[in-house]
Design a protein around this ligand. Structure first.
Ligand SMILES: [Zn+2]
Length: 253
């Protein structure tokens, strides 16, 4: 297990990567790590994620109260605390506004079509949460029903949150979401989508189980989206995000 100092350095590194890849602008986004059962290490408010130092981080309790740090706690800490509360398996969280995935979130379109096999293996699907004002219970209420079932979520008219068994996994999921959004956008530009069918998805269930191995963090996987197996489909409303068939989430050990 890493030391607090190492976790601080990890947040600095992945914050810089978010900034360098254009996943955040200005002081957008936030990252956090679960230090233990009662303490969360998080990025402070009003700082560019490209310019943070290890000493800038804040430590809060599970109510969001500042325990340590000279900077202010982010107003979006509630989203992180919700995820840590609902998912004991989660140790790292990344929130950002990557432009293509956020474009889908602003268009009201979930990334829940099984268009790319490796995304299905890694993430299952990426649902769209209803809009909620940042920093208010509205936002956490919109996310709450989805958090137990998914490892990355589009937030309507806002951005993306991704989480994993450590900060590295959370960051990688954020990259996967944005990369998949770019691919999905190309299918929209081409005017046709050819989602994987039920038979192919059944086989991916087996591959996914092998891929996950002992991983403690895993969302269920869509087995059928209820849409046509081939050809163009119209945009899905946020309400139709829930996959028709899912695997139960792996129990945490
Ligand atoms: Zn945000």
């Amino acid at each position: 297990m890493a030391s607090e100092r190492q976790y601080r350095e990890q947040i600095v590194r992945y914050g810089r990567m978010l900034h360098d890849r254009g996943f955040v602008a200005a002081t957008d986004g936030n990252l956090s790590v679960r230090l233990d059962e009662r303490r969360i290490l998080a990025t402070p408010t009003c700082m560019s994620k490209g310019e943070m130092r290890a000493s800038d981080m804040v430590i809060v309790d599970l109510e969001g109260c500042l325990l340590r740090g000279r900077r202010k706690v982010s107003s979006e800490i509630g989203m992180h605390l919700l995820i840590y509360r609902l998912r004991p398996d989660i140790k790292g969280i990344v929130h950002a506004h990557p432009p293509t995935a956020t474009g889908f979130a602003a268009a009201g379109v979930a990334l829940n079509q099984p268009l790319v096999c490796e995304v299905v293996i890694g993430l299952g699907s990426i649902p769209l949460a209803k809009y909620g004002t940042p920093g208010t219970p509205e936002l956490t209420e919109a996310l709450a029903p989805l958090v137990p079932q998914y490892d990355a979520i589009l937030m309507s008219n806002h951005g993306v949150v991704a989480y994993g068994a450590d900060l590295s996994q959370a960051y990688m999921k954020m990259e996967t979401v944005e990369h998949f959004a770019r691919i999905a956008l190309v299918t929209h530009q081409l005017g046709i989508q050819q989602p994987l069918g039920a038979a192919e998805l059944e086989k991916l269930v087996v591959v996914r189980a092998k891929y996950l191995g002992d991983a403690q963090s895993a969302a269920p996987m869509p087995l059928c989206n209820g849409g046509p197996a081939n050809g163009h489909r119209k945009k899905a409303p946020a309400e139709s995000d829930t996959p028709v068939g899912v695997l139960p989430r792996r129990a945490s050990s």
